[in-house]
Design a protein around this ligand. Structure first.
Ligand code: AHR
Length: 665
């Protein structure tokens, strides 16, 4: 079976041919959107969790992305211990003995020795994750573990400094290592200029002595919500602006790992940051044309931080845990070393139970106490858990029941998400759905990375679903187009979501995937938000998510009064009930190259009512946002008034998605 990620990054040309022109006007299609909507005629409740976010550490999404740490390989644990560092003078990696290191689970450290010659220097430079950014007049917090090495009795002076892109070192901030025991040293360094791809330097300012360093960490003072060990402001804010109502983490295939040893283990991502063991990243060597051998997980952005972020943005946390299988795409199904025997799953099941205790348990429980020690005595109120990421076949269905049994016995209120495999149809999908019914999974995770034609021809996908049994979590989807993240892809997703929206009784959650991608270190080409060290590019796909997520509504509406849709147009409408009154939210997508007049009789609409309009459009379907023009396609807001007729009227531009919020009585 071929991993669809390969499709994502290598077969763009094939996708182009599939993406035939979408503006072929049907002969008999009307030119105008007309009809009637009665806000009193509603159908289904819309789940508040309908639109969420799926976070996976792929494309440098965590280290080098959302996690604000600026130093790569801060603990010297990469297999090449000096990866990420450039050195001058005498510098070497030491593997410490237990009892002689500050963080036993990260036992390596670096030993630096002064150059005796007065014109020679010992220094360590770090260039971050494809560049280390700093901003004029901003403060950065450096913290290091250090000690005088055996044999060095006198204090040793160091300087911390930024280095500009042209190689010039900025003003130095001195500090002195004066202890023979490991000790934390904290120094604030101010930047004198703004650089997107600078470096950070530790300079031994003298010619005598040897010092050991570990966990050299540098954070901007300005993290999201000002937190220590925090998140990159602009990226966190971009996610928060989506107002996601569910947040799935930590992946994706990284949950499984290339090998079982490298699977994501949440217990390794909590507790003191320096002692969280480095893990390999399942995406580092996956694609031969996009190797990123310097891709590891520091786990500084770990489960505590994920739960905290969920709380901050008002999203239900949805952790996904390994269930005894390494990535099935990367391992032969007969390789017994990468699958845990069915009768040996105890520790994996215990991980799930312990996680629930960590999130929700009292501070008197072992894991609840750790949460409290980390600064959050109140429970996180976790309600959902995913068991296995994207598993399939008997390997999966043989293992899942024991997880379900144990979790249900101890935590009957937790909703469990099962899977339907990697594809939206086919043999695996057909095998798994009945199994999920049999197991009474609460929700079934569906994944579809498909071309524009697929999205447009499957808008009615959920119209045909059984209304009973497990609900759907459309947990990973994206329209793959050439170029990736085109306006066409976004509009196709918007059109498809009208189908999800009107089937809100079946689909209770959804999330686009993947979320984040570093322009200079990506593995997967179609992603919602792209970034480099200083710029965040919100794709049109992001704008679609934002428009849906910010305009969820509470009830679906009966749309049988709407006329036939004009060619290349798609429409959805929901009712949004709130204490301040109700509104009809009309979502309209025009994939065609001609403007479309809309004239809809919305019962109960008063003359003079102000309608708010928000949406985006582009000059052609291949348009996209990128670093050179991050806001070529952006949200625009306006208002229009209902006058005279009591009819809602608008004219919608070609290649556009608009959301009209129409207050009703
Ligand atoms: O979103 C990228 C990958 O697609 C995820 O890691 C995996 O679940 C799926 O194969």
């Amino acid at each position: 079976m071929k991993h669809k990620a390969l499709i994502g990054i290598t077969a763009a040309a094939a996708i182009l041919s599939a993406a035939a022109p979408l503006d072929v006007q049907a002969q008999d299609a009307p030119k105008t959107m007309t009809g009637t909507i009665d806000p009193a005629k509603t159908k289904f409740d819309i789940s508040p969790t309908m639109y969420g976010v799926f976070f996976e550490d792929i494309n440098f999404a965590a280290d080098g992305g959302l996690y604000a740490e600026l130093i790569k390989n801060r603990s010297f644990e990469f297999p090449n211990g000096l990866s990420g560092w450039e050195t001058d003078g005498q510098v070497r990696i030491v593997k410490g003995e237990e009892g002689d290191v500050p963080f036993p689970r990260n036992p390596h450290y670096v030993r630096v020795t002064a150059e005796p010659h007065r014109d020679r220097w010992t220094a360590l430079d770090n260039a971050g994750f494809r560049g280390l950014p700093f901003e004029k007049d901003k403060t950065y917090h450096l913290s290091v573990m250090a000690r005088l090495a055996p044999g060095t009795a006198e204090p040793v002076k160091f300087d911390a400094a930024f280095v500009r892109e042209d190689g010039t070192m900025e003003a130095r901030t001195p500090f002195t290592v004066n202890s023979r025991e490991w000790k934390e040293y904290k120094v604030d360094v101010k930047a004198a200029s703004t650089q997107a791809r600078g470096k950070f330097r530790l300079l031994l300012n003298g010619h005598r002595g040897t010092v050991d360093f570990d966990h050299i960490s540098l954070f901007p003072e300005d993290t999201w919500k000002g937190r220590a060990n925090g998140l990159r402001n602009d990226l966190a804010q971009a996610i928060a602006d989506l107002k996601p109502k569910v947040f799935r983490f930590p992946g994706g295939c990284i949950v499984e790992g290339t090998t079982l040893d490298e699977r994501y283990q949440w217990k390794n991502t909590v507790g003191p940051v320096g002692n969280r063991p480095l893990n390999s990243n399942r995406w580092n060597n996956t694609f031969i044309d996009h190797l990123t051998p310097d891709y590891f997980q520091s786990c500084g952005l770990g489960f505590f931080e994920f739960f905290q972020f969920c709380e901050d943005v008002g999203a239900e946390p949805l952790p996904v845990l390994n269930m005894g299988l390494a990535c099935q795409f990367q391992n032969d199904r007969n390789d017994l070393t990468q699958q845990v025997a069915v009768d040996q799953l105890g520790p994996y099941i215990q991980d799930c139970l312990d996680l629930i205790e960590f999130a929700n348990g009292p501070v008197t429980s072992a894991w609840g106490k750790l949460r409290a020690d980390m600064g959050h005595p109140e429970p996180f109120n976790m309600k959902f858990i995913g068991i296995g990421n994207e598993q399939w076949g008997k390997l999966y269905t043989d293992r899942l029941p024991s997880f379900l049994k144990a979790i249900r016995e101890k935590y009957p209120d937790i909703k469990i998400i099962g899977g339907s495999g990697p594809y939206p149809d086919g043999e695996e999908f057909e095998y798994l759905w009945p199994k999920m019914r049999e197991f009474k999974a609460d929700l079934v995770d569906e994944h579809y990375y498909r071309d524009p034609e697929w999205f447009l021809s499957h808008i009615d996908r959920y119209d045909k679903y059984d209304r009973n049994g497990p609900k759907v979590f459309a947990g990973e989807y994206a329209c793959h187009d050439d170029p990736p993240n085109s306006l066409r892809a976004a509009l196709c997703e918007a059109a498809f979501l009208t189908g999800i929206e009107r089937n809100a009784d079946v689909v209770r959650m959804s999330s686009y995937a993947p979320l984040l991608s570093n322009y200079y270190a990506w593995q997967w080409a179609h992603d919602m938000i792209w970034f480099d060290t200083t710029t965040v590019v919100k794709t049109p796909n992001y704008l679609v998510q934002k428009l849906y997520s910010n305009n969820v509504g509470t009830r679906t509406l009966d749309l049988s009064g709407l006329g036939k849709l004009p060619a290349d147009c798609y429409c959805g409408a929901v009712l949004d009930e709130s204490e301040d009154g109700s509104s009809v939210i009309l979502k309209f997508i025009n994939l065609g190259k001609t403007a479309v007049p809309i004239s809809i009789n919305i019962l109960g609409i008063a003359d003079g009512t102000e309608v708010s309009v928000v949406g985006f459009k582009g000059a052609d379907l291949a348009s996209r946002n990128d670093l050179s023009n991050p806001e070529l396609i952006k949200l625009e807001e306006s208002t229009l008034k209902i006058n005279g007729t009591g009819i809602f009227g608008a004219k919608q531009d070609p290649f556009s998605f608009m959301v009209y919020r129409i207050p009703v009585k």
